[in-house]
Structures are given as structure tokens and as C-alpha cells.
Design a protein around this ligand. Structure first.
Ligand SMILES: [Zn+2]
Ligand SMILES: [Zn+2]
Length: 394
């Protein structure tokens, strides 16, 4: 099932399909080195550097000989992540720990997550903050009321919506969104009314506004899409200075898999406007939600089980620094998840000047023939692989 969800976009920005970054991304050039300044959030190490390439956009190259098994980089910059609902009881929301499908010891039904230890639970609550706890509680209340409804399964063969379809879909919910905002802000103003101030209830909140909000609450929900949005919105809210890390990732201008996926996002937008805590509402905009999807697509990693070649797909997340490594079917690096962090190790001896690459293919997919790998890479990530292994004609 996971393959039909957003999982199939879960890989870093790939080669071949992207144009070179505009110069404006690099405001200052070190003329002596002829190397552009590293973009915010990019990986930094004395073992490698990031360079532009003629055909593959930016890529990471070794600056020294690196012996096999050397830890080349650790990416601990998780920004947004989604833990699929079907795994919420079995996978720790903080460290993604998994106990072979057993329900974890600590469950936190108010927010809808489980944890492997009190330490993880406390850390999670500390990181999401008070507004985060309120946001997850609000979403959980909505999902619980709706029971087992789930409209996440979509037909992957449908065409991806084009930019004009995307614009039209977001415009299509703008009027209802505006009404919901008035209804919510009306709540805020009326909540602030005290006996002394006796401020009158804002006149603009009418039945029409409340109806728009109710209508949104009754439309079909997409819990995992809502989780994706909430995770990104909370991250933007709590770490505004880090937003640039996401903006420097290479965007996908058509990030929605099909029209149903796009509609799940526009509906989730209205759901979130209707239920999220008021301090978050200013961030709940089509622009922010689109940026999150556009940067997540092709840039996130699947969060998989650490055993059985990662056969269990728990969800996915975006680690901006990790997304700088390009794909190869014969990668020079192995990536290993350690809790919430990715560790990149040299899979073999690497010479100075070689590209540091990883694979986007899962364990079993790596063993497929060139033709089958090509199909997977094209369908899931939209590029034709030109790595050395694919260049060899079988
Ligand atoms: Zn844990
Ligand atoms: Zn290849």
C-alpha cells in the first residue's frame, strides 16, 4: 500500500530533469576558489564539496580519497515528516523505533502518536511545543470523529495535474477559505470579549461563514495529507529562520500525483483552516502548502524499517542536507537511518573528485534489471538514469 501513497516520491532531488540553479541562489562567489557559497541547509564537510554540473544540477564530490566505511556525513536536520496512520501505534513518533509490529508501551491518544519511552514522548512534546500539541490534538479530534474513512488510495496511473490545473484547484477553494478565516477570527475576537470590555461580536461573522466552516468539516478527510501539512506548518511556525533551507531545495512544479491527490490537499487546507489553533492560521495558505509539496517531492526520504531490507514503509520525511546527494544505481555511499538521523558511509574506497551518490531504490529494487530500474526511476522520480551502471548495455 505504501507504494501508492506519497512514498514513491521519497527521494532526494535527482539528476537529469532539473535545470541549473539560477545564480541568484548564490549571492556571493569566492573568486579564489571559483566555488559558489553553499546554499543554506546544504551538507558541509571537509571531505566533500557541492558543485554545479552541466547535466545533473548540483552534486556532491569528494575532495579527498575516502576509505570504505568512512562516515562521510550525518544529516540530523529533519524538517517535516509523516508517520502513516497505519503505523502510528507501532512506530515511535520521535525516534521512529519499531518493535516488529508490537504496539509501543506509551500511547498518547490525545495527539494520536505512540512512543517507545517517556524520554521520546517528552522530547517530542518539547519539540512540537504547546501550539504543536494543540494542533495535533485538533487534527486527531477531527480524524477520530470521522472513524475509519480513508481516501488516500489513489490510482497511480492517472496523469499528474499540470501547473494550470493546480492553480485552478487552489483558486476553487479560495472563497470558502476566506469565509472560514472570518469565522475563525471571529471566534478569536469573541473569545477576547470580557464583561468589562464588552466589545461587540464582529458583525462580519454570519451564518454564511459558519456554514462554510461546517461544510469543510464534513468533506472527506485525508489524514496522512493533513499530517504532512501540519508537520510542515509547525516547522515553519516554530523555526522561521530555517524556512530558507526548504526554499533552496529544488522544487517540483507538478508535485501532486493525480487530481485526487491534489484535491486531498485543497480539502485538507480547508480542514486545517477550520480546526488548527489560531496562531497557526496565518501560515495556513495555499502558497505555503504548495511550497511544502513542491520541495518534498523528489527531496524526501522514505522512513522504513531497519530490518528486512526496509520492507515496512512507515512514512517519509525531508532532511534538506541529505537531499544534495544524487542518485546512482551503483552508489558510492550507503545511507543508514539512525533514529531521526541519516548516516552516509562510503560503500567502497572513493577517490578524490568522484561524485558522492546514493541510491533512491529500495533494497530489492536495486537488484532489478536496468529496464525495470529505469521504469521505477522514471515513474517515481521522473528522470532517466544515466549512471555508470545504466550506461552499460546488457
Ligand atoms: Zn523512541
Ligand atoms: Zn542508473
Amino acid at each position: 500500500m505504501a507504494h501508492f501513497l506519497r512514498s514513491f516520491t521519497s527521494a532526494p532531488a535527482s539528476c537529469f530533469i532539473f535545470l541549473l540553479r539560477p545564480d541568484s541562489i548564490y549571492p556571493s562567489l569566492d573568486l579564489k576558489m571559483q566555488t559558489p557559497k553553499a546554499p543554506p541547509g546544504s551538507p558541509i564537510s571537509t571531505l566533500f564539496e557541492i558543485r554545479q554540473t552541466p547535466h545533473c544540477g548540483r552534486a556532491v564530490f569528494a575532495t579527498h580519497d575516502i576509505p570504505a566505511d568512512t562516515v562521510v556525513f550525518c544529516s540530523d536536520d529533519l524538517t517535516l515528516s509523516v508517520l502513516l496512520r497505519e503505523y502510528r501505534r507501532e512506530v515511535c513518533a520521535q525516534c521512529f523505533g519499531y518493535e516488529h509490529g508490537r504496539n509501543l508501551k506509551i500511547s498518547d491518544p490525545a495527539v494520536g502518536f505512540a512512543f517507545c519511552s517517556e524520554g521520546c514522548q517528552n522530547k517530542w512534546r518539547e519539540e512540537v511545543g504547546e501550539i504543536g500539541v494543540q494542533a495535533w490534538t485538533a487534527v486527531e479530534n477531527l480524524v477520530r470523529k470521522r472513524g475509519r474513512e480513508d481516501c488516500e488510495m489513489v490510482d497511480v496511473d492517472l496523469p499528474r495535474p499540470k501547473p494550470k490545473d493546480i492553480t485552478k484547484a487552489w483558486e476553487g477553494v479560495a472563497a470558502q477559505a476566506a469565509l472560514i478565516r472570518v469565522a475563525r477570527h471571529g471566534d478569536r475576537i469573541s473569545e477576547e470579549v470580557t464583561e468589562e470590555t464588552k466589545v461587540e461580536r464582529p458583525a462580519q461573522v454570519t451564518k454564511q461563514h459558519r456554514k462554510a466552516l461546517q461544510r469543510a468539516l464534513l468533506s472527506p478527510i485525508s489524514p496522512d495529507v493533513m499530517s504532512f501539512c501540519v508537520s510542515g506548518l509547525l516547522w515553519r511556525y516554530s523555526k522561521p529562520g530555517d524556512w530558507e533551507r526548504v526554499l533552496t531545495l529544488i522544487p517540483d512544479t507538478t508535485p501532486y500525483h493525480n487530481i485526487a491527490d491534489l484535491q486531498a490537499f485543497t480539502r485538507s487546507y480547508l480542514h486545517l483552516l477550520a480546526v488548527l489553533p489560531l496562531p497557526l492560521l496565518d501560515f495556513v495558505t495555499p502558497e505555503t502548502l504548495f511550497i511544502l509539496s513542491a520541495r518534498d517531492s523528489h527531496n524526501s526520504f522514505g522512513i522504513r524499517s531497519l530490518e528486512d531490507e526496509g520492507s515496512e514503509f512507515f512514512g517519509y520525511g525531508c532532511w534538506p542536507a541529505a537531499s544534495y546527494f544524487n542518485h546512482s544505481c551503483a552508489p558510492s555511499l550507503e545511507k543508514i537511518r539512525v533514529g531521526r538521523m541519516w548516516e552516509f558511509r562510503a560503500g567502497r574506497d572513493i577517490e578524490a573528485g568522484e561524485e558522492l551518490s546514493i541510491t533512491y531504490l529500495s533494497g530489492e529494487e536495486r537488484r532489478l534489471s536496468r529496464g525495470k530500474r529505469m521504469i521505477i526511476l522514471m515513474n517515481n522520480w521522473g528522470f532517466e538514469c544515466g549512471c555508470e551502471r545504466c550506461e552499460v548495455i546488457y
